[in-house]
Ligand binder design. Structure first.
Ligand code: ZN
Length: 283
């Protein structure tokens, strides 16, 4: 715990991410002390729980019960994740939508996702409409006090595989377009969860428009950027204060490694913050 705490403090000191340096219109709405930290828990693959400085829990792409690297106790007990104030899903692939419908129903929490991913969830009877919110790329929502989420482009696909209870057979349904999310917290700290994405030039536009502090960036390759592509984007286009590599180590086809990414980032001013599944870091 001390180690985690010290990492968090170090990150804040190194990057100057003090409450004073992060003025924004949202700071005034923060329900709790602006000195509070943002706690980031990696649930494996693209799954995260972000505890905001205001004490609100945001869960993104929770592939828990089916994920090969889901940390205990979440793999067998989704209740252990605690209260979920906001659910975000980037696209319908199973390693992203995962347990999100179950969590939404468990906590009576609204599931936010790409409009055309949400619609089949409703029409197929997976989700009640009142527990969903449809939005789309560059659309913004303010789902919680002091929290703003903007959907942004991801260069990827989205398909929902659903077991029809009447036939017991798997069906494939179109599920809109994959997105990433810019998540602005109460103190102005901005996290870009890129979702699954390949390299695309408008990462430069997204950076210019939204100025993310911390980027959760897929590096596994095959389905997404590989370590070389991810490093190219981080070094040349996005240049955030910090990058957490994600979406590797959980699928045999996504062979990109943390070590390859770290090597490709050598000499860059961007701080690579490696995590292990189940670890929590404070920023
Ligand atoms: Zn995907």
């Amino acid at each position: 715990m001390n180690w985690l705490h010290s990492i968090g403090l170090k990150a804040c000191v190194v990057l100057g991410l003090t409450a004073i340096s992060m003025h924004s219109s949202f700071a005034q709405q923060a329900p709790k002390s602006s000195e509070a930290k943002t706690e980031v828990l990696w649930l494996g693959q693209a799954g995260f729980r972000i505890k905001t400085p205001g004490g609100q829990n945001i869960v993104i792409d929770p592939w828990l019960t089916g994920g090969p690297k889901t940390p205990a106790p979440y793999k067998t007990d989704i209740v252990a994740l605690g209260k979920v104030d906001l659910l975000l899903v980037t696209h319908a692939h199973v390693d992203h939508i995962g347990d999100a419908p179950a969590l939404a129903k468990l906590h009576k929490t609204v599931l936010y996702g790409p409009a055309d991913m949400i619609t089949p969830l409703i029409t197929l009877g997976v989700m009640p409409a009142e527990l969903t919110h449809r939005f789309n790329k560059t659309g913004s929502v303010k789902p919680l006090p002091g929290i703003k989420v903007t959907a942004v482009q991801a260069e990827h696909s989205s398909l929902l595989v659903w077991k029809n209870p009447a036939t017991e057979k798997l069906e494939s349904h179109p599920a809109g377009e994959a997105v990433g999310y810019i998540i602005e917290l109460e103190n102005g700290f901005k996290i870009w969860h890129m979702g699954d994405t390949g390299l695309f030039g408008d990462m430069k536009f997204i950076t210019e428009r939204y100025k993310p502090d911390l980027v959760l960036m897929p590096i596994g390759g095959n389905f997404t950027m590989d370590p070389e592509d991810a490093a190219f984007a981080a070094r040349n286009w996005i240049k955030p204060k910090m990058v957490i590599p994600i979406h590797y180590n959980s699928n045999p086809l996504a062979k990109g490694t943390l070590e390859e990414f770290q090597n490709a980032m050598k000499g860059s001013k961007v701080k690579v913050v490696p995590m292990t599944e189940g670890q929590t870091l404070a920023f």
